[in-house]
Write a protein that binds this ligand. Structure first.
Ligand SMILES: Nc1nc2c(ncn2[C@@H]2O[C@H](COP(=O)(O)OP(=O)(O)OP(=O)(O)O)[C@@H](O)[C@H]2O)c(=O)[nH]1
Ligand SMILES: [Mg+2]
Length: 392
């Protein structure tokens, strides 16, 4: 089943705790402090993978967790950083927050976006030695990684998309010109999900054509199946408007065009190739629409194959070539624009004898999460701004 949406929960790794350790020395009860630093928690990273076609693999895997950093140990041994969780998604995946705000757009192959940053590792007690404090009996606790719920939406990246009323012959046309084999049948809404096909020219150029479910009047309001799928048309550079020539063509064209305009997002500004299909049963169809967006009006029959070669040629000559996409350093910026602000390390949590000490001012929620991640139990003492309280 094609799947163009997924909801996932991403959780970056907790930072490792700083070590609280003392060198063992003969005759010295507490030798020099030698606790190493904890490692950084791993990030959750989305990576645009051109071999993926949809988001179905994420329907089964909703919680994405990166590895935690290892704790610092004695002899100043630093804990290893947690491994990132790299999550491959198809090119064209957009990431939205719960409130629907766009936070990332993975439009290029190999685009990467960090969705949750790993927590900082805590510093070990070896780092807190000073002239006035020879034996620090505390170490910093690693902070929890960021976590959030996100929605993933996939926008198909097709060069051109077939649009038209149900039964116009969109799937028949895709079958004729591409490697795709969508279902074709004599009832409306045969196509229930988008299908992509690759069309090849004689000189080896490739072209991706999308077949989306038929649109009907009211599609932009959600009537039929159209609305969901109108979104997929947004990234096409040209529309191929298929019309059943055995019915009045102008009227059909206007119905669809009205829906494109009502949907917005620039769909009614895209150039169109109009295809009057089924000329085997309606040999001389009339078409009176004169519109600057129309690149060509072609007459053909998917049943007999008449006019198909001309259509294929028209696709390659009329549809503009895709802009070359080489993800260079400059282009990195274009998908990092929406990257969430990295959180600054504005506060710290220390493990001290018998409890915890907080330095700085975390929000209540941040502190709660950090204490929980640190394994603090009920009854533990927590010192905040010189005041002590017991964890309830
Ligand atoms: N006579 C004739 N019939 C055609 C031609 N092209 C398609 N058909 C028939 O028209 C019907 C609908 O074709 P589809 O290709 O499934 O139409 P569609 O636009 O994909 O329809 P939906 O997926 O329901 O929106 C089928 O019964 C086809 O066999 C043609 O050129 N001539
Ligand atoms: Mg179809």
């Amino acid at each position: 089943m094609f799947s163009d949406r997924a909801r996932i929960h991403v959780q970056a790794g907790k930072g490792g705790d700083g070590g609280l350790s003392f060198r063992r020395e003969k005759f010295v009860p507490k030798g020099g402090p030698d606790g190493g630093d904890g490692g950084r928690g791993g990030d959750v990273v989305l990576v645009a993978d051109p071999s993926l076609r949809d988001l179905s693999s994420l329907q089964r895997r909703r919680l994405i967790k990166a590895e935690r950093g290892a704790n610092g140990r004695g002899a100043r041994k630093h804990g290893a950083d947690g491994a990132d969780a790299d999550l491959p998604v198809p090119v064209g995946t957009q990431v939205l927050t719960d409130e629907g705000a766009l936070i990332a757009d993975l439009a290029h192959p190999a685009a990467r976006v960090v969705l949750a940053r790993g927590g900082h590792g805590g510093r070990g007690n070896a780092r807190f030695v000073s002239s006035t404090r020879q034996v620090p009996r505390f170490a910093e606790v690693g902070l929890p990684g960021e976590e959030q719920d996100v929605e993933l939406h996939l926008k198909l990246l097709a060069d051109a998309a077939l649009v038209g009323l149900p039964n116009a012959g969109k799937s028949s046309l895709l079958t004729r010109v591409s490697n795709a084999r969508p279902k074709v049948a004599d009832y409306p809404f045969t196509t229930l999900q988008p299908v992509l096909g690759t069309v090849e020219s004689a000189d080896g150029r490739q072209f991706v054509l999308a077949d989306v479910p038929g649109l009907i009047e009211g599609a932009s309001d959600g009537v039929g199946l159209g609305h969901e799928f109108l979104a997929h048309l947004e990234r096409a550079r040209t529309l191929v408007h298929v019309i059943d020539a055995s019915h009045p063509a102008d009227e059909q064209w206007r119905t669809i065009d009205t829906e494109l305009g009502r949907y917005g997002a620039g769909l009614d500004e895209l150039p169109q190739i109009v295809v009057l299909n089924k000329i085997d049963i309606a040999p001389d169809p009339e078409f009176g629409i004169d519109d600057p967006r129309l690149l060509a009006v072609l007459r053909l029959s998917c049943a007999t194959g008449e006019g198909i070669d001309e259509f294929r040629r028209a696709l390659f000559t009329l549809v503009p070539e895709a802009q070359p996409e080489a993800p260079t350093g400059d282009e990195l910026a274009d998908f990092l624009v929406y990257r969430p602000e990295p959180k600054r390390r504005a506060w710290r949590l220390f493990r001290v004898d018998g409890g915890y000490r907080v330095v700085g001012s975390p929000s209540e929620e941040e502190l709660e999460r950090a204490l929980k991640a640190a394994g603090a139990r009920k009854g533990a003492t927590v010192e905040v701004g010189g005041e002590e309280f017991e964890l309830a």
